[in-house]
Design a protein around this ligand. Structure first.
Ligand code: TRP
Length: 453
């Protein structure tokens, strides 16, 4: 059977941008920026995206389209008889680990979207002041830190994911991305306008965009790089797998630049939504870490605005689009693996890979409820999956990828892929190769080690 391909250029870009733009941009970025000193962190993040992120992205694209297989298969095809396929193996594990907790957040997002539409999220609770921090804390206890509701919504998220992936590459992933991604930008721009016109917004913008270089430390740099990898979907085979569906005439360099640019744009726009809003309502000293920002602070902000439900619904639609188009790319990694490796049908592969998630994501979900006392190496179950994937497996996969492509892959792979076998010109092959050989592995190793100590 012919391998699936994306049907159009715009579709492959929408899908890849969809993979990149996710909870990483909307949820993780503002928290990291808040903790790491605003604009100085933003500048570091931008530098990491262009200097390290782009070359690694092009490495993944080249492997995927050059090998036209799943993320283990490409190594087996390009370097048969070697052990490089293990790099792909790590990436599949990592992808699966990420899915376990990402799915839970998808579940919360669906739940909050429904509660925004029905207005329940803003309904008063007896004994708690309306429109106050306490109200949204109480709502979070109900919707996130409990057992059944979040669990059921996590399962719903898994079922929605199964439905999309069963549609296949063109009718599932591509169609989802083509219809949803424009919506994401419309919602984001609308929220930006609302936030920027609030009284006192200018102060928040000023904080976000004035660099304070004294805040930059090794830790800041490390987290900026981690953020760049996570937000560009690097190091886990997601882009290898997507690129294996790229047509041979897709221009990879310009695709990678568009993806990086859009990812940055969403992060910056999100900063322009959040920082003015929290400053305007005097919430700037609340931590934006973890679940607080999107599930507590923002609903509180919306409750102070006229048309509360409209903005709230718009925001959770935005979050859901971002999360859905990312989780499908993460789960496509194991799905493609089982299809390509074992020759089973897509249908079976989608079902088999998602079934264990009902239990594993379920456990992550319960770790906010009844299982909150359970610790694995000092982490909650959710925290453990998050830490192991983002801080360990992702950099290890990234280093393996750079070393393989820089030193051991077939010599002309990168050049052939970036020039579409000589059909177009590329003057970046040399520099990309240089970064993949000497710079990226060293810097990513520094992150990995500093994460460990
Ligand atoms: N980039 C996505 C985000 O920002 C998450 C993601 C999707 C991801 N696929 C990935 C992260 C692969 C690492 C690797 O939320």
């Amino acid at each position: 059977m012919a391998r699936s391909q994306f049907g159009s250029k715009i579709g492959l870009i929408a899908a890849t941008v969809g993979s990149a733009v996710g909870l990483g941009n909307i949820w993780r970025f503002p928290a990291e920026t808040q903790e790491n000193g605003g604009a100085a962190y933003l500048l570091l993040y931008i530098a990491c995206v262009f200097i390290l992120g782009l070359p690694v992205m092009l490495a993944e694209f080249s492997l995927g389209r050059g090998g036209r297989s799943d993320s283990i298969g490409v190594f087996k095809k390009l370097s048969p008889g070697t052990n490089w396929w293990m790099v792909g193996g790590i990436s599949i594990f990592a992808a699966y680990f990420i899915s376990c907790f990402y799915m839970v957040v998808n579940g919360w997002t669906i739940e909050y979207l429904l509660q925004s539409i029905t207005g329940n999220l803003y309904a008063p609770i007896e004994g708690v002041a309306a429109g106050s921090s306490a109200l949204f804390e109480a709502k979070m206890d109900q919707y996130v830190n409990s057992d059944w509701m979040p669990l059921i919504f996590t399962w719903i998220a898994i079922i929605v994911n199964i439905a999309i992936l069963l549609g296949g590459v063109q009718k599932g992933i591509e169609r989802l991305s083509n219809t949803m991604m424009p919506l994401l930008f419309v919602a984001l721009i609308a929220l930006c306008i609302v936030s920027l016109t609030l009284p006192g917004a200018a102060e928040g913008v000023k904080w976000f965009l004035t660099p304070d270089f004294s805040k930059i430390t090794i830790d800041t740099a490390v987290s900026a790089l981690g953020q760049a990898f996570f937000s560009l979907s690097l190091g886990m085979g997601a882009l290898i797998t997507y690129a294996s569906y790229y047509p041979s005439d897709a221009k990879m360099t310009s695709t990678s630049v568009v993806v990086a640019f859009m990812t940055l744009l969403v992060a910056v726009l999100m900063g322009l939504v959040i920082f003015p809003a929290v400053t305007s309502f005097g919430l700037a000293d609340h931590s934006l870490r973890g679940t607080t920002l999107v599930f507590q602070t923002l609903p509180e902000v919306f409750s102070y605005l006229p048309l509360t439900q409209l903005w709230s619904t718009l925001f959770f639609v935005l979050l859901l689009v971002a999360a859905m188009t990312s989780i499908v790319s993460i789960m496509e990694v194991p799905v493609a693996f089982f299809c390509d490796r074992y020759g089973i049908s897509r249908r079976k592969s989608v079902i088999y890979t998602h079934l264990p998630l009902f239990v594993l994501s379920g456990l992550c979900s319960l770790s906010f409820g009844s299982l909150s006392g359970v610790e694995i190496f000092g982490f909650s179950i959710f925290g453990f999956f998050d830490y192991v994937s983002a801080n360990l497996l992702l950099p290890i996969g990234g280093i393996g990828l750079c070393i393989y492509l820089g030193w051991f892959a077939p010599r002309d792979l990168l050049k052939n892929q970036l020039t579409n076998e000589g059909a177009i010109k590329s003057n970046v092959v040399g520099i990309i190769q240089f970064i993949l050989r000497y710079i990226a592995p060293v810097i990513i190793s520094v992150i990995l080690i500093s994460n460990l100590i």
